[in-house]
Design a protein around this ligand. Sequence first.
Ligand code: GLC
Length: 629
Amino acid sequence: MTQLSPGPHDVSHILGDLNASRADREFLAHAEMHLPRLHALFVRLYGQRPDGVERLASVVDLARRSWTERPRALKSLDRERDSTPDWFESERMLGGVCYVDRYAGGLSGIRDAIPYFRELGLTYLHLMPLFESPEGNSDGGYAVSSYRRVNPALGTMDELAALAADLRRAGISLVVDFIFNHTSNEHEWAQKAVAGEAGFEDFYLIYPDREMPDAFERTTREIFPDDHPGSFVQLDDGRWIWATFYHFQWDLNYANPAVFEAMAGEMLFLANQGVEILRMDAVAFIWKQLGTTCESLPEAHLLLQAFNAVLRMAAPGLLFKSEAIVHPDEVITYISPDECQLSYNPLQMALTWEALATRDGRLLQQALERRHALPEGTAWVNYVRSHDDIGWTFADEDAAELGIEGYPHRRFLNDFYVGRSEGTFARGVPFQENPRTGDARVTGTTASLAGIEAGDAGGEDRVILAHALALSTGGIPLLYLGDEVAQLNDYGYADRAEEAGDSRWVHRPFRSAQSDADRTDARTPAGRVFSRLSRLLAVRRSTPELAGNDLVAFDARVRSVVAFLRPGDSGFSVLVVANVDDSAVEIDALTLSGLAPEALDLVAASPVWLGAGVTLGAHDVRWLRVRTR
Ligand code: GLC
């Protein structure tokens, strides 16, 4: 066993071995480029370990074998991506997300839905967790028992690979979750770890008594307090194991490089099935250290970068999307070409809802101004809502500048969205309400949160406004499939035993044949929302200014108006203006005087004269092509 040395010695040794083994030339080129980086990361993560060099060499060998097995079609996709590295920043990008069973029964049903995905213009399809997982409650599949087997109720791994190829032919990239912070308690690694099998003892964090758990819990946060307090659960034999989320989701111990190697193997396996984007689940939690919050530690980044370097060698076309639903200062730290190229934008999502509730666009406007910029070669995934709850992740410091106090404001938003405040239009349900801390989050479909369920007159407009923002701020917009036909909450979850304890199921309705049929009927909310949204989707596709991430905040001088410019070529920009108020407002001519008066309303396809100001109706949103003077 040899320890890693910080100098180039280990790298040249491993490269020498690769040369001697006559590794494929392309792989060698990838290794020459990325191995030094991987090595440096290993030195920082595992420099103290006696088995450092061996582990690094076996990870590289794993990558080499995986590249050898990589299907030819995927290698040619790798090359294509390499020659168009900004492919995911195009105005034509559009994501969709759904549960395989709820949306289509199984993988074959998803294949049958491809014509509809094309009709919508999807170029990215995130299928919610579809791996083998425990019967009953499996946290919607986020407790994985095998990364190499598809849940038999949905299909097989061969079908998944075939589906990936079909999707690719239709211009759609397959996205799946990479749930690597934890496995289910039924995963074979978990079983072996509990049994103390050699090589697996340190795969998880298991302690004989409460001493270490108590010490850790002094500084960690409770994530699923409805399920269990703290970060640990007790095993049948009395020992304690780390479980951040549900009691059956056991956190892996990445301080052990064998865990890194094992997970890298699962990741490369998925890459070779044709997955093009991995949604990196729960990234903030992957490294633990006593005396810290055990969230977003520096090593969490090093680990992600190390996975990234492994992929660049063996499946270079693949991207990572970070799922960090944390403070905005932290969200941004996961985003870089060497770490996660894509990231959810939870701040924009939450503040869109915040603005709709308060009828005040300032917090969202401020976030667009100061928290929107990203490093080159990366992009936001902008969404209106996801399969998870909405947490109010804005920075208290930002809010304070506007005279808003974080704690009571979050309270107000929770009450508003769960229908507890007077005059609210929202029909959400609380999630993980913690009476001790007063903390809570909100669940509900877009249509139910926006007021359609309550029959509020502004409901449909709010759905459109929220989507118009997600579609125009840049990056990849992501639709929760079913929202485009205004599906409402599914209260039936409360009667289904394995869902009743988790209110997020309220906003994960089964695909509704009725709503789908209604989408062509303008007398229904589904029909009206679908046709308005389809128009926005079509306009986005043909508006190059909406590609990329360049955004210049525009001060419309109206409290309820969110406004920004998306600069394009040859002096033209798209000006987006959205009014979150329930009544009409006016942006005056003086405010618009930096723009040429002739403008084009892209959605209405009609000219607009800015010389007299612009009136925005209640919840009105406009995409105007303008010329700056
Ligand atoms: C992520 C998922 C969420 C899940 C959790 C644990 O946050 O989005 O649904 O409960 O990870 O895997």
